[in-house]
Design a protein around this ligand. Structure first.
Ligand SMILES: O=C(O)CCC(=O)C(=O)O
Length: 367
């Protein structure tokens, strides 16, 4: 049997987009440890993901291969003839959507994975951890060094002017400590390991900072410009979706971090002023399923694989289409990250992270 257990009544109420999300989301087979078949529990039985039917998922890697061999194409897919230096595909019924399979070399992918973990989450860029812990510096290195983030007594923190302590909105101060320090001796002291925080890192924002509570850009928030090399890359990759002679202006980016079981629900990116400009979205790490719906959640979405190195552009009408990520694959067979594993073989911390994660960097022109 495929997919989650569900009643027919539930399904009738779901939109087409929701049905697709449910279809591809990670569910586990019911734990058979307590089944009557077994006299004793089997403690080491691993949770098994439910099988999902992937036969309808568009695979642009295969599409590119067969197109290069025999010019044969999936009936929904059209190649874009625009003189770009690599193949670009579009969908007949989703104008403004562009797929550039394997756009980034393995070296480029590794560079952006490193940046996404070490420099992009650095203040003044904000992350999902800001609200609770205030700005956090050097999360990845602290996880590597097995440090622990500990809440500080404010009166002490004020004296400790040399420390890398930081404050959140409640004037609580959190600071990284070595695992075996005096600060951790106090059992009442709240703490969390850096490695846990790294696992819980869900997003960071670059350039103009997005305020999720207001769902808007807050230009008054301190920020650095998008790094030049990322800006150059996005400008180049955006050209198939840009009007001739116009240049894309990267002003903001959201970096999404996905672990096993994480999803990004169906949504629209509608906070930018000019929807004729594309969102440039790059995939890194484990393979995912991306859903591209229509202007209504009732429209049947296309499901497609996103692999490390793929780039998607969404401009014009495609900006009005619901989209989301219901699934990432971290198992050996489906993750398809062998080239990254080879490249990171001497960088064990990146290797371990990327084996169970996906990163998406999406770059936007705001005005
Ligand atoms: O992770 C992805 O590929 C899509 C990200 C996305 O849709 C978003 O951040 O708005």
């Amino acid at each position: 049997m495929y997919g989650p257990d569900r009643s027919a009544a539930d399904e009738v109420e779901w939109t087409a987009f929701r049905r697709a999300e449910k279809k591809y989301k990670l569910y586990y087979d019911k734990d058979s440890r307590n089944s009557k078949k077994f006299d004793k529990p089997i403690p080491l039985r691993k949770k098994q993901p439910k099988k999902v039917d992937l036969s309808e998922v568009l695979d642009f890697k295969e599409i590119l291969e067969s197109y290069s061999k025999s010019s044969e194409l999936h009936p929904e897919v059209v190649p874009l003839q625009c003189g770009f230096d690599r193949p670009v595909f579009c969908l007949k019924t989703r104008p403004g959507f562009y797929f550039i399979p394997g756009a980034l070399s393995v070296e480029e992918q590794c560079k952006w994975i490193r940046e996404s973990l070490t420099s992009f989450p650095q203040p003044p860029n904000r992350t999902n951890h800001n609200a609770r812990y205030g700005p956090i510096h050097d999360l990845f290195i602290s996880a590597k060094d097995q440090k622990v983030l500990v809440v500080e007594d404010n009166s002490l923190a004020q004296l400790d002017s040399e420390s890398d302590a930081c404050r959140n909105g409640d004037a609580k101060t959190w600071k990284f400590y070595e695992q075996h320090t005096a600060a951790l001796g106090d059992k009442s002291c709240k703490s969390i390991s850096a490695s846990k925080l790294l696992r819980k890192l869900r997003w960071s924002t670059l350039g103009l900072q997005f305020d999720w509570s207001k769902r808007n850009y807050d230009v008054s928030l301190p920020h650095n410009k998008i790094p030049d090399s990322l800006s150059q890359l996005a400008k180049g990759m955006a050209t198939p979706a840009m009007p001739p002679g116009e240049e894309f202006k990267p002003e903001a980016a959201i970096v999404n971090y996905f672990g096993l079981g994480d999803t990004l629900g169906g949504h629209l990116d509608d906070m930018e002023a000019d929807w004729s400009k594309p969102i440039v979205s790059m995939s890194l790490g484990c393979k995912a399923i991306f859903l591209l719906g229509g202007k209504s959640r009732e429209d049947e979405p296309f499901a497609m694989f996103l692999r490390s190195g793929d780039i998607v552009l969404m401009a014009g009408e495609a900006r009005e289409c619901f989209h989301g990520v219901p699934r990432i694959f971290t198992d050996k067979e489906n993750a398809e990250i062998m080239p990254l594993e080879v490249h990171f073989s001497r960088e064990i911390d990146f290797l371990e992270y990327i084996r169970s994660s996906r990163i998406n960097i999406n770059i936007r022109q705001v005005f």
